[in-house]
Design a protein around this ligand. Structure first.
Ligand code: ZN
Length: 346
């Protein structure tokens, strides 16, 4: 009796191993296993479609056309604690294309964060992320760049991919997300986006790991990163939110997860036009305080392209017939409420 139980246990173990091997073969091969299956069409009707729960947003009246998510391209600069989780969320949401920029390698010292796994240590972050994300959702297009965007030649290439790396080659991306951890890289993204008139969102987590923020920047319309160093002071956020190179910072997967979550939530609202898109949303974990605000651009901004974008925005606003402006605002408030809460705190 005891012998046959042991034999059965061995057999169960063998079968489990075979099953695991078969499953991983299917996923890696992008075959017909559940993990690697491609979805031809998003449908709110089919139960076996893993996107069904996303499509239910449409049925419930939250989003008017969820399937549109597949038409957008988003660039993520920095694939660390916030950027990697942001990329995973957008991949699972079914974004059309992701462009990832980072020059770091996966390190065992960062395993207190989410997404990367110990066996990926030593690989470039963008390469490891692409492999994982492709397995999660093979419908997403990926373009990865393993370089530092702040050097002169890489900056030109970065600008070129932002302008031409959209879902359709030659068209700009729909949104740039800054998930970097230093001031220089933020200023580089700011410079590029001001020059291109490219909308972007900035994110950050403080060095002490207990606060963070996200910020939407529409060149000419809202304060750019160079316009508003006082933003940090005004929001009463620790200045250390803006990390300095070479400083050994604390990090918590919780804070990074929260910041990635509010960032992607803002991205979804912005792209799919639902709810109120935040221009600035802070997170203070010590008090569970979420400050929001928005700021107009600074007419004396140091960035000449920011000033140019401001002039262009003013010209466009002035060209709108007055009545149309009122109608549009009413429409926005009730329907696709994007900028309606654009208050002025300056
Ligand atoms: Zn500015």
């Amino acid at each position: 009796m005891a012998e046959s139980v042991e034999r059965l246990q061995q057999r169960v173990q063998e079968l489990e191993r075979e099953l695991a091997q078969e499953r991983s073969r299917r996923v890696l091969g992008g075959g017909d296993g559940a993990g690697g299956r491609r979805i031809e069409k998003m449908s709110p009707e089919v139960d076996s479609n893993p996107k069904n729960r996303l499509m239910a947003l449409k049925r419930m009246g939250i989003v008017s056309d969820y399937e549109k998510i597949r038409t957008f391209a988003v660039a993520i600069v920095g694939v660390g604690g916030v950027g990697s989780v942001t990329a995973e969320m957008l991949t699972r949401c079914g974004i059309g294309k992701l462009l990832l920029f980072d020059y770091d390698k996966v390190e065992l010292a960062n395993m207190n964060r989410l997404f990367f796994q110990p066996h990926q240590a030593g690989l470039s972050k963008v390469q490891a992320a692409e492999h994982t994300l492709r397995n999660i959702n093979p419908d997403v297009l990926f373009e990865v760049h393993n370089y530092n965007i702040t050097t002169v030649e890489n900056f030109q290439h970065f600008m070129d991919r932002i302008s031409n790396g959209g879902l359709e080659e030659g068209k700009p991306v729909d949104l740039v997300l800054s998930c970097v951890d230093n001031f220089e890289a933020r200023m580089t993204i700011n410079t590029a986006c001001n020059e291109l008139g490219q909308t972007w969102m900035e994110s950050g987590v403080s060095e002490n790991a207990v606060s963070g923020h996200i910020q939407l920047i529409i060149p000419g319309e809202s304060a750019c990163f160079a316009c508003a160093p006082p933003l940090v002071v005004a929001a009463n956020i620790d200045e250390k939110t803006l990390k300095r190179e070479g400083v050994c910072a604390a990090s918590l997967p919780t804070t990074m997860g929260v910041v990635a979550g509010i960032l992607v939530q803002n991205v979804l609202k912005f792209l799919l036009k639902f709810g109120t898109v935040s221009f600035y949303l802070g997170y203070n974990a010590m008090q569970d305080f979420f400050p929001t605000m928005s700021m107009k651009p600074n007419p004396q901004c140091d960035d000449r392209n920011c000033r140019k974008q401001q002039e262009e925005y003013k010209r466009k606003e002035a060209a709108l017939p007055k009545q149309d402006v009122i109608q549009e605002e009413e429409e926005i408030i009730h329907e696709d409420n994007e900028w309606a809460r654009r208050c002025c705190t300056c």
